[in-house]
Design a protein around this ligand. Structure first.
Ligand code: TYM
Length: 335
């Protein structure tokens, strides 16, 4: 079986973008692959954080993975900070990664601008930690949304450079270079306030996103208020109508219809007809996830047992790769 690895940061409630862009493709392909899904808490502290929020969010993210359909019998679910190899491999890779590669990272530039003087070394090093997350498990595929494409490409570059430096003659080489797996629709879900910005956890206005934990009334209110336009009818792919394209795409994804079916159904509609339709479709799709999530949060012992099993399998895999790296690089291993 091919192996898949991916992760989400526990920095706030997960939203429709995380779900449609990433988690849903994890669940769909679950039977086909050997799966590792990590909650990346070490990444969550690269910007200022609150310790209580971090702890709560980490467990909530685990519950959401399962509520969205990740089955612990088929997939390893674990927490990044539990597996010490992530931090350790990051340091080793730091020393073979040129600093110029990190200066080119778009997400770093965007986040650093917002933080000014206080930007941490950790935020700069974030992509190397992410490369370590991936490379430790030798995955074939990394299913993510569009905004992570550059980071996965960097992970491949880091792997290749390392292999060239330290494991040229070895077969297989120490690191596998993984491929990005991305949806055709849903890889970039946009904000409800502005169809040219992506939906994000860090946007100030909660009305810019639908959280997986939003109840029916909240979803209804958010869709009612969301930005639209004053064109006749509805359609995809009009560059002057980013909001329209986004809302139709969301509708298509949560109803599991084809684009053609959505065009057929909606092209003559007004916003006043489409918005309630979209609201109902979202509520239908998301209510079971929210219900399951609320149940799971009541059963912390179960969540802990899932994490323990995930940790055991993940640390075994990760430790193997880490030992290979240390041997490649010339470290003396403890006897
Ligand atoms: P994060 O936590 O920002 O997002 C988690 C996943 O959701 C996707 N995503 C979106 N997809 C579509 N539309 C959107 N508006 C949208 N917003 C987010 C992201 O692309 C991602 O797949 N650095 C990563 C976490 C990470 C990781 C990893 C991922 C750390 N190590 C190793 C894969 C492999 C991040 O911050 O994702």
């Amino acid at each position: 079986k091919k192996r898949v690895l991916s992760g989400v940061q526990p920095t706030g409630a997960l939203h429709l973008g995380n779900y449609l862009g990433a988690i849903r493709q994890w669940t769909r392909n679950q039977d086909q692959y050997d799966n590792f899904f990590v909650v990346v808490d070490l990444h969550a502290i690269t910007v200022p954080h609150d310790r209580k929020v971090l702890a709560d969010c980490t467990l909530q993210t685990v519950a959401l993975y399962i509520a969205c359909g990740i089955d612990p019998a088929k997939s390893q679910i674990f927490i990044q900070s539990h597996v010490k190899a992530h931090a350790e491999l990051t340091w080793l890779l730091n020393c073979s990664t040129p600093v110029g590669w990190l200066h080119r990272m778009i997400q770093y530039k965007e986040k650093a601008i917002k933080q000014g003087e206080n930007v941490s070394v950790g935020l700069f090093d974030y992509p190397v930690l992410m490369a370590a997350d991936v490379l430790l498990y030798q995955p074939d595929l990394v299913p993510v949304g569009e905004d992570q494409r550059q980071h996965i490409e960097l992970a491949r570059d880091i792997a290749r450079r390392y292999n060239d430096m330290y494991s040229k003659k070895k077969r297989p080489r120490t690191f596998r270079e993984p491929k990005t797996l991305m949806q055709t629709t849903g890889a970039r879900v946009m904000s409800l306030e502005d169809g040219t910005n992506k939906m994000s956890k860090s946007a100030e206005n909660d009305h810019s996103r639908i959280n997986l934990t939003d109840d029916e009334a909240t979803i209804k209110r958010k869709i009612k208020k969301c930005k639209t336009d004053s064109f006749e009818g509805l359609g995809f792919d009009n560059p002057e109508r980013p909001e329209c394209n986004n809302l139709l795409s969301i509708y298509q994804l949560v109803t599991n219809k084809t684009k053609e079916e959505v065009i057929e159904e909606c092209q003559e509609m007004r916003w006043g007809t489409f918005k309630p339709l979209l609201t109902d479709a979202l509520v239908d799709h998301m209510s079971p996830i929210r219900a399951r999530y609320n149940e799971l949060l009541e059963d912390k012992a179960y969540l802990r047992s899932v994490l323990k099993a995930g940790y055991e399998r993940a640390s075994e895999e990760a430790e193997q790769t880490l030992q290979n790296v240390k041997k490649d690089m010339g470290f003396i291993l403890p006897s």
